[in-house]
Ligand binder design. Structure first.
Ligand SMILES: [Zn+2]
Length: 287
């Protein structure tokens, strides 16, 4: 569980969260190595902040997907807009070398594109933007600026311990509402730069309120919610996914293994189907 705090300061909206628990869970499901943990943790924390910062009226599902040229290849983060979050990383074990005591996150991410999907009842809106640095926070800020034309700042951090476990993780997202003056922007930029790495603040026992108070003490509370790492897959959603695979392919797979096993890519839960169930999926399609 991660607390998410949203406040207003002048013409700015600020959201902060400490995601240590949910990032620990995501990294343990996907068995990520240190730089993959940092990349996955930053991306998922980014989505927690984003989905709470803006009002996505009528959006049923929000997906932020990084398709990258680096070894991790893909990170997909999703929310059902009910504060449940899930994530997937294609390669959880990229090769890496520690440089200047830092995890080479931008090396394992590389370049590529961010795809942002908003699922409505009957339609899907897609926005695309470039991965400019591979550090994730800067990429999300660039995406928001290029797609929403909103000046914003994103700070994300995942502190990975020497044994590879997650020590802490969190982030702050701030954006200026239309009409914000140049001097207000310059002032907030200065304040954000002065706070230093988020993980250091969390290590010093800062909570979500302290993270914001490091930027300004004169904010007004908007709301507080809790985010969870919780996959919403079930037998019916897995059957839906199977129905997109040609029937012949599924039956061939069945002949080889005498069962069909489908593992959810977000939570690693395994679903096993017998031949009768598989045939029924396709029969329901044609009826
Ligand atoms: Zn699942």
């Amino acid at each position: 569980m991660a607390k998410v705090l949203k406040v207003k300061y002048g013409s700015f909206i600020i959201v902060s969260t400490i995601t240590t628990d949910i990032i620990k869970e995501a990294c343990s499901i996907h068995k990520t190595n240190p730089p993959a943990s940092a990349a996955l943790g930053r991306a998922l924390t980014g989505l927690v902040l984003l989905s709470n910062a803006f009002s996505y009226t009528n959006v049923r599902r929000l997906v932020m997907q990084f398709i990258t040229s680096g070894e991790i290849s893909e990170i997909t983060t999703e929310t059902d807009m009910k504060q449940n979050y899930r994530a997937f990383i294609r390669n959880p074990n990229p090769n890496y070398e520690i440089k200047d005591k830092k995890l080479p996150v931008s090396d394992v991410v590389g370049g590529g594109l961010i795809y942002f999907y908003r699922y409505f009842e009957n339609e899907i809106y897609q926005s695309i933007s470039e991965i400019v640095s591979g550090e994730i926070a800067e990429d999300i800020a660039y995406f928001l600026y290029s797609s929403e034309q909103l000046p914003c700042a994103v700070s994300l951090g995942v502190l990975v311990d020497v044994d590879g476990s997650i020590k802490n993780s969190g982030g702050i997202l701030l954006y200026a509402r239309p009409g914000t003056s140049e001097s207000e922007l310059l002032d907030i930029e200065k304040r954000i730069k002065s706070i230093g790495p988020i993980t250091k603040l969390i290590e010093e026992e800062s909570d979500e309120y302290d993270l914001i108070s490091n930027i300004t003490k004169s904010w007004n509370f908007i709301n507080q919610t809790y985010a969870y790492y919780k996959c919403w897959c079930n037998e019916s959603s897995i059957k839906d996914a199977i129905s997109f695979i040609p029937k012949e392919e599924m039956l061939k797979e069945f002949e080889l293994n005498n069962k069909i096993e489908v593992v959810c890519r977000y939570c690693r839960k395994s679903y096993i189907f017998n031949k009768f169930q598989i045939v029924q999926i396709y029969e329901n399609l044609s009826s």
